[in-house]
Write a protein that binds this ligand. Structure first.
Ligand SMILES: Nc1nc2c(c(=O)[nH]1)N[C@H]1C(S)=C(S)[C@@H](COP(=O)(O)O)O[C@H]1N2
Ligand SMILES: [Mo]
Length: 388
């Protein structure tokens, strides 16, 4: 097992906000988890490591472009704390709070219920943070690949809640998880969603792309909140707590808010639904291509509105032509699109892709920067070089 050098150890502690004093107090299980994570030498070379531990791993655009379903070992990872030790055999999911019949489910109980398998796109709210222009934003400087699309298998949370029954005052569903900061004093990751969303399409998933849910992605069981940014999809969920009010946890009240410069922080709107967005996965930045016809391809995704169209510009926004969809439409899964452009002249070219949803909302040329660096859905520009 890899040993932490003192330097790595202190770096990790400072990233966790623990300070040097914290390092000495780090419990053995956390040190072990850290060593295991570092030993993840099997990690695919297509993952860009933005932070080693806790894991902030991003998928390269080239890898994303290979298939509409992102394979598990290429799927981006974003954890606030170390992966918790949570065994399938002893796993329990408690459903409590404003329910008529509180219950503790074992994994086998969950698996015996009718299941669904649905492809949903998961995007970190901070995806694209590193691409915002000034003012600079703190947090992991993600590029384009803190997003992926997987098939999630599990039970509909609504089915479970209809079984346990809801009290009339039930308005919000809180998700407690098994992960925690290695030291006391740091709030746990705890988010809630409105009960209407919980009853509608939320999945408690134990399989990802047909395999048991990997621990890095929240195994044995995680929440998938379709159409919302990734922070809503609690990994390692251990308790579903039905309450009358939303959670006032740090990650609800302070984190994940669109705090625009000059705005009142108390009024900052919460980060919830995915914004309409598209990326170009081919060609890649810096590609050298011959004159003539070029296939441009990528993905587009959004929240409840659904995608209406994608347009591609072969000349930095001077003209736009429609892309065609190359994958089926299912709710909250991205769609692959393609367009053939003709490049007549040699020289540098800026390709652009712009998606529009069914309410008519299009991607902005530049998304409005906000203190947390959330929701960057600026139009993707790819500079290529057309050669003879
Ligand atoms: N318990 C728990 N759930 C969590 C997180 C976390 O740190 N702890 N991170 C959230 C965030 S910010 C994102 S973007 C997604 C990332 O899921 P992934 O690592 O499977 O890609 O998980 C969410 N669920
Ligand atoms: Mo995230």
């Amino acid at each position: 097992m890899k040993r932490f050098t003192r330097r790595e150890f202190l770096d990790t502690c400072s990233r966790l906000g623990l300070g040097a004093a914290g390092a000495a107090a780090l419990p053995a299980w956390a040190r072990e988890a850290a060593a295991k994570a570092s030993a993840a030498a099997g990690r695919s070379a297509d993952l860009i490591v933005r932070n080693d531990w806790p894991e902030h791993w991003e998928t390269s655009l080239e890898a994303l472009g290979r298939s509409p379903i992102t394979p598990n070992d290429l799927f981006f990872v974003r954890s606030h704390f170390p992966v918790p030790p949570l065994a399938s055999e002893s796993y329990r999911l408690e459903v409590a709070g404003l329910v008529r019949r509180p219950f503790k489910f074992m994994l086998a109980d969950l698996r015996s219920l009718p299941d669904v398998e649905e492809a949903h796109t998961l995007e970190c709210a901070g995806n694209g943070r590193g691409l915002y222009h000034l003012p600079s934003t703190s947090g992991t400087q993600w590029g384009y690949g803190a997003v992926g699309n997987a098939r999630w298998t599990g039970v509909k949370l609504g089915d479970l809640l209809r079984d346990t029954g809801l009290a009339p005052e039930a308005k919000h569903v809180w998700f407690e998880a098994a992960d925690s900061a290695p030291l006391p004093g740091v709030p746990p990751f705890l988010r809630s969603i409105p009960v209407e969303k919980a009853l509608d399409d939320v999945i408690l998933a134990w399989r990802m792309n047909g395999e048991p849910l990997p621990r890095l992605h929240g195994g044995p069981v995680r929440v998938i909140v379709p159409g919302w940014y990734g922070m809503a999809s609690t990994k390692w969920v251990t308790k579903v707590r039905v309450e009358a009010t939303p959670s006032d946890n740090h990650f609800m009240a302070k984190g994940y808010r669109y705090a625009y410069p000059g705005g009142d922080p108390a009024q900052a709107p919460p980060v919830e639904e995915l914004r309409i967005k598209s990326v170009i996965t081919s060609p890649l930045e810096g590609a050298r291509v011959p004159t003539g016809r070029l296939r441009v391809a990528g993905f587009a995704w959004t929240g409840h509105a659904g995608i209406d169209r994608v347009e591609v510009s072969p000349d930095g926004g001077g003209s736009w032509l429609p892309a065609i969809f190359a994958s089926e439409e299912t709710p909250f899964a991205w769609r692959r699109w393609e367009a053939d452009v003709t490049l007549a002249a040699r020289g540098p070219v800026t390709l652009m892709a712009r998606a529009t949803d069914r309410t008519g909302e299009s991607q902005p040329a530049e998304a409005k920067p906000n203190a947390g660096g959330y929701g960057n859905n600026s139009i993707h520009r790819v500079k290529i070089d057309v050669q003879g």
